[in-house]
Design a protein around this ligand. Structure first.
Ligand SMILES: [Zn+2]
Length: 334
């Protein structure tokens, strides 16, 4: 471990374990943002997966740590908390983006075991369909998870789309290759949705759908531990849509939630975290009192309810939650 990491871990520990350290958290809430819980910690550690994935051991470690230091509450309890009633321990709420199938198969058994509530934000077009998420399909095909033969047609299509593969992606060192893939996937975000879906079609389909289905959604909701809200319909970046398409995207995702859930949350979750004044105004017009972004920070109910900040959870900081405490402490600075 580097000196910097020791410093951060110690700082994070002091922050949560001393009254002076905890003081900036008084009356504030911490909202955590997760995506996937894989069935293997080593797989989640690779840089191109680390940001969006945690393994089961790291996730369980995180839940135990959260229960020790925080009041684990449903998202609405945190968002609607009376600022005058300050609990002994700071409140934390867990959120998951996209609606990955592993939220039901890998995350939920642990949430149930520790009785920790969570909210899942669904990109509703994917729920109950075999439509894959481009990031996962392109990333894992290039990584070679579906075999070498599956890579070649995709590499040719990418070349065609003007995005030739960097040579680093053939590096023999696994870590370097994974970092290079991560940067390359980030660079593909600027491609238009049509091209991305074309490229995704060039990838092999896995045996299982990637997303939850509505039966799983209802089962999780019936447990009383999990609630659902929308995260776009097609996961299109909302700021890039014209007024008409924005209205359709928001309406389609809202109606899917109303049809598929008993008690959908009055909370929107911006795909990729992108929003502007026009998007926020439309989200409010569709009846959402709150919306979650990806900016880092503590929730205090004096901020914009349509730009609620969160802290991202990665395999790295779930495995070492003192690093998360360090980030939370930085987020508490005015
Ligand atoms: Zn997303």
């Amino acid at each position: 471990m580097s000196i910097k990491q020791v410093f951060k871990r110690t700082g994070g520990w002091l922050y949560l374990n001393t009254p002076l350290g905890r003081h900036p958290l008084r009356g504030a809430g911490v909202i955590l943002m997760l995506h996937r819980v894989l069935n293997n910690d080593r797989a989640a550690e690779l840089p191109h997966r680390n940001e969006l994935c945690v393994g089961p051991e790291a996730f369980e470690h995180l839940l135990i740590w959260l229960q020790r230091h925080f009041e684990c509450v449903p998202l609405m309890t945190l968002l609607l908390a009376d600022p005058e009633s300050v609990p002994n321990r700071p409140r934390v709420a867990l959120t998951f983006d996209d609606g990955w199938r592993d939220n039901a198969t890998n995350a939920f058994p642990l949430l149930r075991q520790y009785q920790i509530p969570a909210s899942i934000f669904l990109s509703t077009d994917f729920i109950g369909s075999r439509q894959p998420f481009w990031w996962e399909s392109i990333g894992e095909t290039l990584w070679g998870s579906h075999g070498q033969a599956a890579r070649q047609p995709l590499i040719e299509q990418l070349q065609h789309a003007g995005r030739p593969l960097p040579v680093m992606l053939d590096d023999l060192d696994e870590q370097r290759r994974s970092v290079s893939l991560l940067h390359y996937l980030h660079s593909l975000k600027t491609l238009d949705p049509h091209t991305l879906s074309h490229l995704t079609d060039a990838c092999p389909r896995g045996a299982q759908p990637q997303a939850l289905d509505w039966f799983q959604v209802r089962m999780l909701e019936d447990s009383g531990l999990v609630r659902f809200g929308p995260h776009g319909a097609s996961h299109a970046i909302l700021t890039g849509l014209d007024d008409q398409r924005l209205h359709e995207e928001l309406g389609r995702s809202r109606i899917a939630l109303e049809n598929g859930c008993a008690q959908p949350l009055p909370v929107y979750c911006y795909p990729n975290g992108n929003h502007d004044a026009r998007v926020r105004q439309q989200v409010a017009a569709h009846g959402f009192a709150f919306a979650l972004g990806t900016e880092t920070g503590l929730y205090r109910n004096d901020g914009d309810p349509l730009n609620v900040p969160r802290f991202g959870v990665s395999q790295h900081n779930a495995h070492q939650p003192e690093l998360l405490a360090w980030r939370i402490s930085r987020g508490a600075r005015p």
